[in-house]
Design a protein around this ligand. Structure first.
Ligand SMILES: Cc1cc2nc3c(=O)[nH]c(=O)nc-3n(C[C@H](O)[C@H](O)[C@H](O)COP(=O)(O)OP(=O)(O)OC[C@H]3O[C@@H](n4cnc5c(N)ncnc54)[C@H](O)[C@@H]3O)c2cc1C
Ligand SMILES: NC(=O)c1ccc[n+]([C@@H]2O[C@H](COP(=O)([O-])OP(=O)(O)OC[C@H]3O[C@@H](n4cnc5c(N)ncnc54)[C@H](O)[C@@H]3O)[C@@H](O)[C@H]2O)c1
Length: 462
């Protein structure tokens, strides 16, 4: 049996950089990938979706051209061409990830499906055929997740798309029905609406974007509705069927009343499940919670010393940057003997609708519960000079500040460059820069960042 210093299962956003860094320290590393290097983010997640969101934005802007005094002909969407563009970006990213692994002497990239066959022993069903077994003192599980398929009557008989299969759609759906109303539903919903589909979102929660403040969620809903997307909230899906004309029929209950919703195509966007079921974790003693996520401590070590879980497979916020930070935490604790916990890290995120929503820290509802002495700064994007000049006036900026320390507690920016503006304020939070300093800071005119002066000036009016 081959012995390594470390075995990494999954070449996701934690496993890949971890392999490189450990190998750089002289460790002999095996990284096992059952499909494509780079994992979800590069192959089925962030990279392809943001490439396709960019195409959707161009279609949207082209249709608005006359608002800017520009005349264009009829705008049409060439789906094969936009998918080819996306594929080129994905395959470039994927191959550079693969090259970065195979070019390092201490790393062995093994293509195949890994599972535990002993406490510190991993067997791989090799892609090229056959099996091999290896062992290591350190094992890192970075196997990510996949689309959840909710238990809905009739679903097994209806062809449905997932966030993965829709990336290779061969035609633009006439009417896309989406189960779920969060990241995947909104990003794909707006994208396909802009490609020309009719879009209906069916969300279980009675409140739109329940993790966000109501004013932000309301504005997001207004924007999407204005673009022609239908959003149903508080939906209990009873059953799904497809008739002989291929029409998808969904029976739902809202406010106790039954309704029938029909469309041409169904997309599942009701969350994800972890890739733990095929790992044979019972062979090791690694524990999972009731939803299958691997249980870890604040340093991401599982119940078995020397076995770690990183990224989506351990539950909690499921973002690429969190998976990447997981690698840093594990690497620094293990190799640099640091003492880093994941409990107090900032979790910024961005929903890539257009306009996008950038968020970090406390929102207003959390601030109320915290008992802190806080104030809320708010500025509509319609008051942002650059937004008006650019024709990007939808959304609002919002920051929560501590009245006593003047520090920023949290930020929510639904607007053009919302992710970038949020990141700028995140840096201020990291550096303990107060809102008073930002209110009077000189920003270049006319940038979106300049509106941070006005955002905090708005506090003076409270
Ligand atoms: C449509 C979509 C859009 C997204 N957009 C964003 C975004 O804009 N920003 C953002 O931050 N996050 C986004 N995410 C979330 C982000 O993609 C994930 O949080 C991130 O990829 C998690 O990475 P990971 O390291 O946990 O594992 P993954 O990237 O999921 O990698 C896991 C790897 O393990 C492999 N694997 C699994 N089981 C085995 C096994 N038994 N043996 C061998 N290999 C195995 C898989 O093939 C995969 O390559 C998006 C997700 C989706 C689905
Ligand atoms: N921009 C980004 O960072 C980005 C983009 C896409 C995905 N992601 C990540 O991918 C993960 C998965 O995204 P997602 O949007 O699928 O899941 P999610 O877990 O964020 O949301 C799932 C939604 O589906 C709803 N739902 C669940 N079952 C339902 C049912 N039977 N009927 C109707 N509604 C139902 C839930 O109430 C919830 O609002 C997220 O955790 C997110 O972190 C991130």
């Amino acid at each position: 049996m081959k012995k390594y210093d470390a075995i990494i299962i999954g070449s996701g956003q934690a496993g890949t950089p971890l392999a490189r860094r450990l190998a750089g320290k002289g460790w002999k590393v095996a990284i096992i990938e059952r499909q494509y290097t780079g994992g979800t983010c590069i192959n089925y997640g962030c990279t392809p979706t943001k490439a396709m969101v960019a195409s959707a934005k161009n279609a949207f802007q082209a249709r608005r051209a006359s608002e800017y005094g520009i005349t264009v002909g009829t705008v049409s969407v060439n789906l094969p061409a936009l998918i080819a563009r996306k594929n080129k970006i994905v395959t470039d990213f994927r191959s550079s990830t693969e090259r970065s692994l195979v070019s390092i002497a201490n790393i062995e990239l093994i293509y195949g499906e890994a599972f535990f066959s002993g406490p510190k022993q991993v067997t791989i069903s090799l892609k090229e055929g056959g099996k091999t077994t290896c062992t290591a003192e350190y094992i890192f599980i970075n196997t990510g997740g996949r689309t959840a398929v909710p238990a809905i009557e009739g679903l097994q008989n209806v062809p449905y798309l997932t966030s993965t299969t829709i990336l290779d759609a061969v035609s633009i759906p006439a009417h896309l029905l989406i189960i779920g109303g969060s990241y995947i539903a909104l990003e794909f919903g707006q994208m396909f609406r802009r490609y020309g589909s009719q879009v209906t979102i069916l969300e279980h929660s009675p409140r739109f974007l329940p993790k966000e403040d109501e004013d932000i969620a309301d504005e997001m809903k207004r924007i999407l509705t204005e673009e022609g997307i239908t959003i149903h909230l508080g939906v209990a899906i009873q059953k799904v069927a497809q008739d002989t004309n291929n029409t998808v029929t969904i029976t739902i209950i809202i406010d106790g009343k039954e309704q029938i919703i029909t469309g041409s195509t169904l997309l599942l966007a009701a969350g994800r499940v972890p890739n733990t079921d095929q790992l044979q974790l019972h062979e090791t003693g690694v524990e999972t919670d009731e939803r299958g996520y691997i249980k870890v401590n604040d340093r991401l070590e599982t119940a078995v010393p020397g076995i770690y879980a990183l990224g989506d497979v351990k539950g909690g916020p499921a973002f690429t940057h969190i998976s990447y930070n997981d690698y840093l935490v594990v690497f620094k604790n293990l190799v640099d003997h640091a003492n880093i916990s994941v409990t107090k890290r900032m979790v910024p995120y961005c929903m890539f609708t257009d306009p996008e929503l950038g968020r970090v820290g406390m929102n207003e509802e959390e601030a109320k519960k915290s008992g802190l002495n806080f104030k809320v700064a708010k500025l509509p994007m319609a008051y942002v000079a650059r937004g008006v000049e650019t024709g990007e006036t939808r959304g609002l900026m919002k920051a929560i500040v501590d009245v006593d320390t003047k520090k920023i507690l949290g930020v929510g920016i639904l607007g053009a460059q919302g992710g970038e503006l949020m990141s700028l304020l995140q840096i201020a939070m990291l550096g303990d820069i107060t809102y008073e300093q930002l209110r009077e800071n000189i920003f270049s005119h006319p940038t979106y960042s300049e509106s941070i002066n006005n955002l905090f000036m708005a506090l003076d009016n409270h």
